[in-house]
Write a protein that binds this ligand. Structure first.
Ligand code: PHE
Ligand code: ZN
Length: 878
């Protein structure tokens, strides 16, 4: 049991800070065993806060306090109080200088929050509340200060010493030590502080901003990784230019630094002027990184760069406002990737991600609004809801306002709130002020959890030539929110005639028809009735185009309607969605009846799409991918783990058999021998080719096995190599074993590639996978201390291998709980994240429910538990 049961933090308890800190001077004497941190804070009362009794309580955790002084006078221990999470000073002056000296121990820091050691370097992670593990401070985002940071370290071991802002001093000291000072002219919250010490090399480039300022760009990595930073650098320059053009945002310091580290809990961190990255999102070379990696790097580099305005210049008042920076920044990086790649494909990928992660979260015991009302541990709230649903809320506002007004509104937001710590409400107010629209009801999206369902019914009246729609919203209760209110949302719609052409739309009462194309309808009520007039034929509705709102639409399409949308809809999302509904229909019949036949017209539609020369290859690959086992499970009353797995495999096999010739020619037509390039076109071709190979392998075709072996042996890039490896491992036998051996031998010195080697084994659908995964825990390359490695083996097994993780005997659940208990004392954030794989236990049959519940209870009964894991486990059982 958690020792002192943690208490929740409530949004409604927010109070402005009683004290502000204007300036911080930090001095680090760096050493992995014991680092000395001296802090000098200029503190003053906050005139905007209610006056208290002059008690100053600073946050601080795991700090060995050595000295405290006020205005140069050293305090006696009786003059202050130290508790495990704070330092309290009574009756402090209205304005004073506070000096503290503490010791910290980077090499014992396995939680990777605060100052820690990663390989041979020292680095920091301060978001959300890690700065308090470095020094005593008001570690909350609405306290913004200017920092001057001095770093002292052994020059041989740590020749590179970095912190935020500009380098202002550098000199040699005695005993082989050196000193570097940095000054950041922009006031910032403590979560944006960073420092790096290491033996690093950098690639360097330059960027001239729109107004002609010259910026030095540097990417720091361990010297042997220098040859895989180019893609990250190109991505950074593209992102900088794009943000100027699309949002009018320029960079504001003389230097922009990125550092890649191998131990990192998340993807990357936007520290002012000094981004720290999980190396997975920096390092890429054609032979070591997949197309997905290349795209991930481009997106994450852009995301962190965009934070400089949406996050750093304008930050969050408190952590309940996290989506203010994350939702907006995800929206910005999505738009960037859409503009530099292919918009339709990007939208489908984002929708797929939202449906795979956010929708399930929204119907789980951890469901929470985009702006949560309470939490035990803020680290548990870096979620798909805050990030991805948050981005959808920004997208809907952009849709409601239209591009010009939306740009005016973001301009207003950036000027009005520059230098401030604000709320999601302030963001929406800018939308209102610029557009003159009332978004009061729209704000509910931020405060209400749960995914709305849209039930749509249509009736065509041939005599009157009308097409009427009845649209009903429904939102299921979520924890703590039994009653819901209807939402304001944009529904993008088109009507297609039987040839698939868009009709001109005219609503009852409108003087004339508009141009043929998409129309944005605004819904506000539980029930909306609309009537289109002058509709010459019974149309097929193309609904929720571009996925215009994060809802689950339900419309009773006939199979022919779906085939028409699949063939003709100009909207990528709608085509993909039509294919998925068709596939889902076939699969649910097969789940219910293992003997069910696959309808011939379905196979023909698939053949038609496969050989369609018009469509973007990447979109085709999305369209032709069967819905995942998890997605299929989400659509069922009770998840039928084994039925889904069987039906999906059977359908893959049948499609592979019936379409063998088409699949072989798709494979051949797209098997490039050209030099690798991660361009949208080449990525699309590889995706389609490897998809075809997958169907062929599922059918057990002998030619496919030959192609697959050859592709593995001869692959000139990691995308093709890993696709073939995955298929060979699933195929099993000597092919799988020898491919795994060869792969490990070749890449044993490349941690990011070895992560893939673990993942491929963890996600294999072969029956013995749990045994193999358990065995791999003992592999010399495995370590619980590296989050990427944990994710690649344990995370991949528990979240991307539903058939094996949810094995009827509960072995997968026991495996997960054992890992959570081992990890919790080391790295609570990673432990709590893994545990989320169990929280939807009520979705399964009684037998599995009991097994999952038992494991969650076993975790809750543990001697000591972090607040992170405690929160997930206890909410799971509520
Ligand atoms: N703020 C980071 C991002 O989204 C994510 C992050 C959160 C990283 C907490 C580390 C710790 O870009
Ligand atoms: Zn972010």
């Amino acid at each position: 049991m958690y020792r002192d049961t943690p208490h929740p933090i409530h949004r409604r308890d927010y109070r402005p800070p009683e004290f502000l800190i204007d300036h911080v001077e930090l001095r680090f004497d760096l050493d992995p065993d014991r680092t000395r941190v001296e802090a000098s804070l200029e503190v003053r009362r906050n005139p905007a806060a209610t006056r208290g009794d002059g008690t100053l309580r600073l946050h601080g955790e795991q700090l060995d306090l050595e000295e405290v002084a006020i205005d140069g006078h050293r305090l006696a221990p009786a003059e202050y109080r130290v508790e495990p999470d704070s330092l309290t000073l009574q009756r402090v002056p209205d304005r004073f200088r506070l000096d503290t000296r503490v010791r910290i121990h980077p090499n014992l820091n396995t939680a990777l929050e605060g100052l820690y050691q990663s390989g041979d370097m020292l680095c920091t992670q301060c978001e959300a509340e890690g700065f308090r593990r470095i020094t005593y401070f008001l570690d909350r985002p609405d306290v913004m200060a200017r920092y001057r940071t001095t770093l002292i370290a052994d020059k041989g071991r740590f020749p590179v010493l970095l912190s935020n802002g500009n380098r202002v001093e550098e000199r040699e000291l005695v005993d082989g030590r050196h000193l570097v000072s940095w000054e950041d002219p922009f006031p910032k919250p403590s979560y944006l502080f960073a420092l790096i010490a290491g033996d690093l090399s950098a690639i360097e480039d330059r960027f001239t901003t729109a107004s002609g300022r010259d910026v030095v760009l540097q990417i720091f990595v361990e010297p042997h990784n220098l040859d895989r930073c180019d893609h990250a650098m190109q991505s950074l320059k593209k992102a900088m230019r794009w943000d100027e053009e699309r949002f009018g945002r320029e960079y504001d310091l003389d230097v922009y630094m990125i550092v890649a580290v191998s131990h990192f809990n998340m993807g990357a961190m936007e520290n002012k002027g000094l981004n720290v990255f999980n190396d997975k999102f920096v390092l890429a070379r054609a032979d070591t990184a997949t197309d997905e990696d290349f795209q991930g790097i481009e997106g994450v580099i852009a995301h962190e760069y965009f934070h400089n305005w949406s996050g750093n210049r304008i930050t969050c008042r408190d952590w309940f406002q996290l989506s203010l920076k994350e939702g907006f920044t995800v929206y910005r990086d999505q738009e960037f990737s859409a503009d530099v790649g292919s918009r339709g494909v990007k939208r489908v990928a984002d929708v797929r991600l939202l449906q795979a992660h956010q929708f399930p979260e929204d119907s789980s015991p951890m469901a929470h609004p985009v702006r949560p009302d309470s939490y035990f541990e803020i680290n548990n709230f870096y979620t798909a809801t805050v990030y991805n649903k948050g981005a959808e809320l920004v997208r809907m506002q952009a849709t409601l306002l239209g591009p010009e007004l939306f740009r005016k509104a973001t301009d207003l937001y950036f000027t009005r709130h520059d230098g401030q710590a604000v709320t999601t409400d302030d963001f929406v107010r800018c939308m209102e002020d610029v557009s003159g629209r009332d978004l009061m009801q729209f704000r509910r999206w931020y405060s209400q959890a749960g995914t709305p369902h849209l039930h749509i019914e249509a009736a065509y009246d041939a005599e009157r030539a009308t097409y009427s729609l009845l649209i009903r919203q429904a939102i299921a209760p979520t924890p703590g929110e039994p009653d819901k209110d209807p939402l304001h949302l944009p529904l993008a719609i088109a009507l297609l005639d039987p040839q698939g052409r868009e009709l001109a739309l005219r609503l009852e009462g409108e003087p004339n028809a508009g141009e043929p194309g998409t129309r944005i309808l605004e819904l506000r009520d539980w029930e909306t009735r609309l009537c289109f007039v002058d509709v010459p034929v019974r149309p097929v509705p193309s609904l929720l185009r571009g996925f215009s709102a994060p809802v689950q639409p339900r419309f009773d399409y006939g199979d022919d309607d779906l085939l028409l949308l699949l063939r003709h809809d100009s909207d990528g999302y709608s085509r993909w969605n039509a294919a998925r509904i068709l596939m889902q229909r076939v699969l649910s019949t097969m789940i219910a009846d293992p003997e069910a036949e696959v309808p011939g017209r379905f196979v023909e539609a698939f053949r038609g799409a496969l050989t369609d020369p018009e469509t973007d290859k990447a979109l085709l690959a999305e369209v032709l991918t069967l819905p995942s086992e998890s997605f299929l499970g989400d659509q069922m009353e009770t998840v039928d783990v084994d039925g889904i797995h069987r039906a999906r495999n059977t359908l893959r096999e049948i499609l592979g058999e019936r379409l063998v010739e088409e699949l072989l020619s798709v494979y051949r037509d797209n098997a490039d021998v050209e030099r690798y390039a991660p361009t949208p076109d080449a990525i699309g071709r590889r995706a389609l080719k490897n998809l075809a190979l997958g169907y062929l392998m599922a059918a057990g075709d002998a030619r496919a096995l030959t192609l697959c072996r050859a592709q593995f042996a001869g692959a000139g890039n990691m995308t093709d190599a890993i696709a073939a490896l995955r298929l060979l491992v699933d195929h099993g036998g000597e092919d799988g074993t020898s491919a795994l051996e060869a792969f490990h031998r070749r890449w044993s010195k490349e941690p990011l590639v070895i992560d893939k080697w673990f993942s491929v084994q963890a996600t294999s659908s072969r029956a013995g996978t749990l045994g193999i995964v358990t065995g791999l825990l003992q592999h010399p390359d495995f370590s619980l201390r590296n989050p990427n490695r944990v994710r690649s083996l344990v995370g991949a097994f528990c979240t991307a291998n539903p058939a094996r993780f949810h094995a009827r005997d509960g072995g997968g659940y026991r495996f997960l709980a054992d890992r959570v208990l081992e990890l919790d004392p080391l790295n609570p954030q990673i432990a709590a994240r893994l545990l989320k794989a169990l929280i939807r236990w009520r979705r399964y049959d009684a037998g599995r429910q009991a097994l999952m519940r038992t494991e969650i209870e076993r975790i809750l009964a543990a001697e000591e538990l972090s607040s992170d894991t405690f929160e997930v486990a206890s909410k799971a059982l509520e």
